[in-house]
Design a protein around this ligand. Sequence first.
Ligand SMILES: NC(=[NH2+])NCCC[C@H](N)C(=O)O
Length: 410
Amino acid sequence: MEREKISVYSEIGKLKKVLLHRPGREIENITPQIMSRLLFDDIPYLEVARNEHDEFANILRKNKVEVLYLDDLVSQAIKENEIKNMFIDEFIDEANINSKQKREAIKEYLLEFNDTKEMIAKMIEGIRKEEIKQKQKKSLIDIIDTEYPFIVDPMPNLYFTRDPFASIGRGICLNKMKTITRNRETLFSKYIFKYHPEFKNENIPFWYKRENDEPIEGGDILVLNEKIIAIGISERTSPDAIENFAKNIFSSDESFETILAFDIPKKRAFMHLDTVFTMVDYNKFTIHPEIEKPLTIYSINKKSDEEITINKETMKLEDILKKYLNLDDVVLIRCGNGDKIHSGREQWNDGSNTLAIAPGEVIVYSRNHVTNRLLEEHGIKLHIMPSSELSRGRGGPRCMSMPIIREKLK
Ligand SMILES: NC(=[NH2+])NCCC[C@H](N)C(=O)O
């Protein structure tokens, strides 16, 4: 039997294959002036961040998860010259470069890298003005100098592989991301799924297109089981995008029947649904206490191949989960144990952003010790990773991983 190349029908099924990005020199291009636009609140120390990330990958490998790295996949995807050229052109198109000369100079510079992985690392790292200055011919726009140091901005959020696309069923939701800085990341995903030898001839369905106008991000998408997908209506994901996605997936032969759109507060600390809610076992969830008040959800169901129905309900999270997942008993594990100070602090550092590698078994950040102790008390097996630097990017183990294959649940 031919194995599916992508297969994700739950949040907790045994993880078999996952995509990561090891943070690179892009982190060392974050400066206080640009960090908030780049969605960072602080500047991580790269060497330590990399060690932490390697430990994350080791935990995964020790648990028999195959770890794929983004730069490997992209470099294998763009092996042919024609594709590589297309990739560079599109990259430059989206890097906001306003003169023809500059565009040509950047292309020439990138093509000089003999090693494609080095070229990709450079694209992610960002390009400083002086790196290509000498080669530029002068037109007015090139001569007008500003203080701004980069000709191409760094992409420091790429280690949050959860967000630019999401594996759902046997297909992917190729996202349009809310911010310019992160939307550039989705180009890498596009080339992986369109041109990598492992995926290109597999008719991988795309449930969403990066060319669409409305944003949707992977951190908002949780595949609760083979029938139900939860999506946050958040700072980053719009109702129109959810509806468009729903229509696409419902018109396929996939098993999904219901999309639960959760209306969550539109604020930075809650940027994605997975910052306040993750699934850790069949009936256990980590949550931020703030979403325990009655929540408004919209359940979107398939009516026919083209039509959907939408129902609005205001209910407590616990009751929503009982109803839609057919559970008698739901356990909500509160980040920071519900204590005002601990829950705020630990949610800020992604205490409720766990990555399940099997039912009841999750990877967590060491720093969230209050939440971690509580998870253990609820019988969850923890794999604890170091967390002083990676957490400064406002994302945890779930954000830093995109499952490609999970074993189906019985
Ligand atoms: N799935 C997630 N919660 N991802 C977190 C991403 C953090 C990143 N700095 C951003 O603001 O986009």
